[in-house]
Design a protein around this ligand. Structure first.
Ligand SMILES: Cc1cc2nc3c(=O)[nH]c(=O)nc-3n(C[C@H](O)[C@H](O)[C@H](O)COP(=O)(O)OP(=O)(O)OC[C@H]3O[C@@H](n4cnc5c(N)ncnc54)[C@H](O)[C@@H]3O)c2cc1C
Length: 398
């Protein structure tokens, strides 16, 4: 692979850098860096989303008629790595990386024309209603029931681990519409309003005390038939298509590389605090090993992205990427915590807007909470054990 950018690519890189210099405020960078939650806080992510949308750079891979760009793969790579390097907040995936691509691939023209602009301009903020108390890895066992009545479905049941349900006005759900056949049959994919009397949201706190996810209880909640994606009882294929996008997750590696740069800065800071120059050499080989893996992930995800842009869906490669990226993220967070040592012990409030003074350097504040919350990455989107099962079957043919 030729790693040197052409003149046009360098000029594009400069254009991205100029944009970031102008639009990415230090306050946004600081807020993104200080959060310990898995998902960026809504206010922070949406402020960044609206700046990108205004520039037309929010959804580079989508068709141009729905807000995408005509960028080639190298431009997408340049954009994503410049954003990561500048410390831009992560965007919230439920609209932009899940229901959006699903609507574009499987939605009707009416659904696309109505929902896609609302995802881009932030009118709709989505959450994902897949998991249930008795259906996680074995998602097809889901029991939340929908009964058709005229132009509507009446929904009763419970969803769990629903990220940002307390902030969302829309949910996409898998519901059971038939129990007579195999469990994968009889599932339907519906979109519905969160703000209606039949929807109750109950908070669940993470072990770092962040409020990311919830339990959602439906009691005669209503979805319109026109908000069904795919046919009734054929939602399993729709659900799997969406999961491939959820797991492939854009260009992996750039974020990890910037997290590794952060570890390097921390190591230098701590060596100054302890007045111990040897501290740096203790960590060099561990940092280098993580850096090599992050680069390998970056190149692999670029290859996958280039096959996506020629119209393919992500396929089982998404399982491989999900496992590699999340294992690496967890190891990076472990090393980060190890580097700060006892500065990781006190509980530090990292909620957006908190004016509690940091214990030690401000950079140390979110590290312990992040380490705890990142245990979730190998569970959500289908646990890594399940991803390995998929690879064993679909890739290795075992
Ligand atoms: C931070 C976070 C956010 C989430 N957000 C959402 C959301 O917004 N919407 C949503 O619908 N869900 C969400 N989830 C739920 C997530 O998808 C489930 O937690 C996941 O699918 C695992 O299901 P479970 O928790 O029921 O675990 P279980 O399925 O009970 O699994 C328990 C353990 O057993 C292992 N296991 C299970 N079956 C097998 C098998 N066949 N082979 C090998 N090992 C197996 C699993 O790997 C796991 O370690 C979120 C989860 C987390 C942690």
């Amino acid at each position: 692979m030729n790693l040197n950018f052409s003149e046009e690519e360098i000029s594009f890189q400069n254009e991205v850098r100029e944009f970031l210099k102008k639009e990415l405020s230090q306050e946004l960078v600081r807020a993104a860096k200080q959060t310990s939650a898995v998902f960026t806080e809504k206010e922070v992510a949406m402020e960044w989303q609206s700046k990108l949308a205004k520039k037309g750079w929010l959804v580079p891979s989508w068709p141009e008629e729905y807000g995408g760009t005509d960028w080639n793969e190298t431009q997408k790579y340049i954009f994503s790595s410049e954003c990561a390097r500048a410390g831009a907040p992560n965007l919230i995936p439920m609209g932009l990386a899940m229901i959006g691509p699903l609507l574009l691939g499987k939605g009707s023209k009416e659904q696309k024309d109505y929902y896609i602009p609302r995802i881009i301009n932030g009118d709709d903020y989505w959450c994902q209603g897949y998991s249930e108390p008795g259906a996680g890895s074995d998602l097809a066992s889901l029991q939340c029931k929908a009964v058709r009545r005229g132009d509507q479905y009446i929904i009763n049941g419970t969803k769990i681990w629903t990220t940002h349900a307390h902030l969302a006005n829309k949910i996409f759900c898998l519901v059971r519409t038939d129990s007579s056949g195999k469990k994968q049959e009889g599932i339907t994919f519906l979109m519905l309003d969160m703000h209606q009397p039949g929807v109750k949201v109950e908070p669940i706190l993470t072990m770092a005390e962040d409020h990311d996810f919830n339990q959602v209880v439906f009691t005669d909640a209503i979805a319109e038939v026109k908000d069904r994606i795919g046919e009734e009882n054929e939602g399993w294929a729709v659900a799997k298509y969406l999961l491939e996008f959820e797991r492939s997750g854009g260009i992996g590696g750039s974020k990890s590389l910037s997290d590794i740069e952060f570890i390097k800065r921390l190591v230098n800071k701590i060596s100054l605090i302890h007045e111990n120059k040897d501290f740096v050499s203790t960590y060099l080989s561990k940092i280098n090993e993580l850096e090599i893996r992050a680069q390998a992930i970056q190149y692999t995800s670029l290859r996958i992205l280039s096959s996506l842009s020629s119209g393919d869906s992500p396929g089982p490669e998404s399982s491989m990427m999900k496992t590699l990226v999340t294992d690496l993220e967890q190891e990076i967070s472990e090393l980060t915590l190890e580097v700060i040592g006892y500065y990781g012990i006190p509980f530090q409030d990292t909620s957006y807007g908190s004016n509690e003074k940091a214990i030690g350097d401000e950079d140390f504040r979110p590290i312990a909470g992040k380490y705890q919350n990142l245990r979730a990455t190998s569970i959500y989107g289908g646990s890594n054990e399940i991803q390995r099962n998929i690879m064993a079957k679909a890739v290795l043919g075992l």
